[in-house]
Design a protein around this ligand. Structure first.
Ligand SMILES: Cc1ncc(C[n+]2csc(CCOP(=O)(O)OP(=O)(O)O)c2C)c(N)n1
Ligand SMILES: [Mg+2]
Length: 684
């Protein structure tokens, strides 16, 4: 007979039915607190994470082996244990008063309580003496909010950003004064540039020693002034609630970084002394988002432009990620190919009959030609930054939909701008659109795409050694589950990720789109796994980017996150090596990497390592690696001379490469042979 054990594996319903009040038992049960305040106002940001993993996983109403638990009332032993557990937890939980209500004793308590009220369930960070007060508040509330302890604050910020990207919710990171806060910056810029709601909390020196050359005396609020849409230094405990509300609200509504900086002694401040005008409880954590509806007039004007087009193309970005069916319906009506910016890779799956895949240097020839040739362009939720890939200004008429008015007309001269949520704007547009009778443009684009697909399959099927990076990407992509979350990094790996790991319906794919930073791949994957414990979370990263923050693999081991990290090992900062040669005509310089044995590293951290260096065994090793129920590194040793070819090689690029090789590039013979053999294979 399954019994309620020490770990508290009770079914929620069973507890709920017992006379012991729900609120009292809610002391230890994640699902009940803080949602147990009776008929609380509905807060969509609180919906998530009720099944958060950690010390207290209580997500089930069934017992071990899937059998239903007996109700506690019908099982005296279980009842006694439950009661004993409640007493134990109650005495331990010194941050709350009887009845399960939290008692905020310090400014830091107030801060964390407020975050809990905003629905925050995870804080990514690393402690330090500048935030010890906040750490204590987190410790006292660890049943309601989880502190994810990272190895480097940069990762904490990446995790907060990825958490926001993958869940649509606020990501929160925490760092100590001075160096800790400084470490956050790169990840915060990633959030800023990709428009993700992130709250950064940092510490500061004692309030009356700030600006006296005291230790770690860094004015992080000033330092963060460029990255943050909201930026405040907390001046006392009575200041906490209103600035926290504003920080969360601003980050969520303006899709950016909010920053709260709290001097260390103020975190411990117990008094609630407030100025005369600071009326207690004058702000609220009730979220309110704009409906982001389009104006009727804009929709009519947009429809009239699109209805006059013959060769219409759609450029879809991350703003359209939640508008899949609407984009497909509009593409169908307009007979328009869907071209995906990299952050919009998962807008439609790659087997969608309307898409021509990605755009840009790592995109497809079909997409590039469709953008070059279209007479009408519909941009949906994208600020794809490479302007040279858009049609020549004036060549196409353009309609753009974006939630952010400052993004309208940013990359291409538009005729109509629609400031609205993509799904809502496209739904409003659809009934006004006439069926385009000219489907030749779409058919040609799709024919071109079929040729491209064939080429990619050939590149992925190469069986020689050293193994081509495309092979491992393709073999991985084939095996990923329909709900997998795939994170990548910047480098040649972004090209293999973009072209050789097709998106399946239901998957999420992302990377650092606009900052294009290295090192985000591993923290993104960890954050994805924390947000979605039941989904397959995979990172596809380069050896350069991975080594920047590889200590975070120990974080995955600490929390036993079953992430799978494929490290594409070319012992080189490959992307830069090719850029130096192809864009500048210079021999590569400063790009070599000392080889690291990533399998042994995985094992040293307590994880599992696999090595792949032969295409013949690539698939079977991946099968074994993906089946491991724990954190895994897969080291894929690849050909360092395989170039990430642009969709169309220009004469200038070919000339620059020849120049770089002639100037004495190391390994030029191997590089020439690799490129020549790639070309010959593609021609025959
Ligand atoms: C933080 C940071 N530093 C430097 C760069 C410039 N950069 C872009 S890609 C790249 C090389 C990445 O190397 P690796 O991770 O090994 O991937 P590969 O290109 O070899 O596939 C560099 C140095 C960057 N984007 N971000
Ligand atoms: Mg590399």
């Amino acid at each position: 007979m399954p019994r309620a054990g020490r770990s508290g594996r009770f079914g929620i319903c069973d507890i709920h039915r017992h006379p012991i009040s729900r609120a009292r038992l809610g002391l230890k049960f994640w699902r009940l607190a803080p949602h147990s305040k009776g008929a609380r106002r509905h807060n969509p940001h609180q919906e998530h994470s009720r099944r958060v993993i950690g010390k207290t996983i209580i997500p089930t109403s069934s017992g071990e082996n899937g059998k239903p638990l007996q109700t506690i009332s019908a099982h005296p032993t279980a009842f006694r244990r439950c009661l004993a557990r409640w007493v134990y937890v109650k005495s331990k939980n010194d941050g709350r008063k009887a009845g399960g209500k939290r008692v905020a004793e310090t400014a830091a308590d107030l801060l964390i309580d407020r975050l809990i009220d905003w629905g925050v369930r995870e804080v990514f960070g690393l402690p330090g003496d500048g935030i010890n007060g906040i750490m204590e508040a987190l410790r006292k509330r660890q049943d309601n909010i989880r502190f994810v302890h990272v190895r480097h604050e940069e990762s904490a910020a990446f995790m907060a950003c990825a958490y926001a990207k993958y869940t649509g919710r606020l990501g929160v990171c925490l760092a100590t004064s001075g160096p800790g806060g400084i470490h956050l910056l790169n990840g915060l810029y990633d959030a800023k540039l990709d428009g993700q709601p992130v709250l950064a909390i940092t510490g500061h020196a004692f309030h009356d020693l700030i600006d006296t050359h005291t230790q770690q005396d860094v004015n992080l609020d000033r330092l963060f002034s460029d990255v943050a849409v909201y930026n405040a230094r907390v001046m006392g405990s009575a200041h906490v609630a209103n600035v926290t509300d504003l920080a969360c609200r601003t980050a969520l509504n303006f899709r950016g970084v909010a920053h709260l900086n709290i001097p260390t002694d103020i975190q411990d401040e117990k008094t609630d002394e407030r100025s005369k005008r600071n009326v207690p409880h004058h702000t609220t954590e009730v979220p309110a988002m704009s409906a982001r509806l389009p104006s009727e007039d804009d929709i009519l004007r947009a429809a009239s432009v699109l209805n006059e087009g013959k060769k219409i193309a759609i450029l879809a970005g991350q703003g359209a990620l939640a508008a899949r069916s609407e984009i497909i319906a509009v593409a169908e009506r307009l007979k328009a190919p869907i071209i995906k910016a990299l952050l919009g890779k998962a807008v439609v799956p790659d087997d969608c009959p309307y898409t021509t895949g990605g755009i840009g240097l790592l995109g497809t020839k079909a997409s590039q030609e469709a953008l070059e040739d279209c007479d009408t362009l519909l941009i949906a939720g994208s600020s794809f930054p490479y302007i040279e890939f858009y049609p020549k200004p004036g060549k196409a008429r353009c309609v753009q939909i974006d939630v952010d008015p400052s993004r309208i007309g940013l990359r291409y001269p538009i005729e109509v701008g629609v400031v609205a949520d993509c799904a809502k704007a496209l739904s409003a547009l659809l009934p006004k659109l006439r069926k385009n009778k000219n489907r030749a443009f779409l058919d040609d684009a799709r024919k071109e795409m079929a040729k491209w697909d064939q080429l990619m399959r050939e590149r992925s099927a190469r069986r020689e050694k050293p193994m081509k990076p495309q092979v491992v990407a393709w073999e991985l992509g084939k095996r990923l589950e329909g709900t997998a979350i795939v994170s990548s990094d910047s480098g040649t790996i972004s090209t293999w990720f973009a072209r050789h790991i097709p998106v399946k319906d239901g998957q999420k794919h992302s990377l650092s789109g606009t900052l294009a930073t290295m090192a985000n791949g591993l923290p993104y994957t960890i954050a994805a796994q924390i947000a979605y414990p039941d989904r397959q979370c995979v990172g596809f990263v380069g050896d350069g980017g991975f080594t920047m923050l590889m200590g975070e693999f120990a974080t995955a081991v600490k929390y036993q996150l079953p992430i799978k990290i494929v490290v594409v090992k070319n012992n080189s900062l490959g992307q830069i090596k090719w850029e130096q040669m192809v864009f500048l005509g210079n021999p590569e310089y400063g790009c070599d990497l000392n080889p690291i044995d990533f399998c042994r590293f995985a094992e040293a951290c307590g994880g599992v390592g696999f090595r792949i260096d032969d295409p013949a065994t690539c698939g079977t090793i991946l099968d074994r690696a993906l089946a491991v129920n724990g954190p895994v590194i897969i080291e894929a040793v690849v050909d360092p001379h395989e170039p990430p070819m642009p969709p169309k090689v220009t004469a200038e690029q070919a000339e620059k490469l020849a120049k770089a090789l002639a100037k004495g590039t190391a390994n030029r013979k191997e590089i020439m042979l690799t490129i020549a053999s790639d070309k010959v294979r593609e021609l025959v």
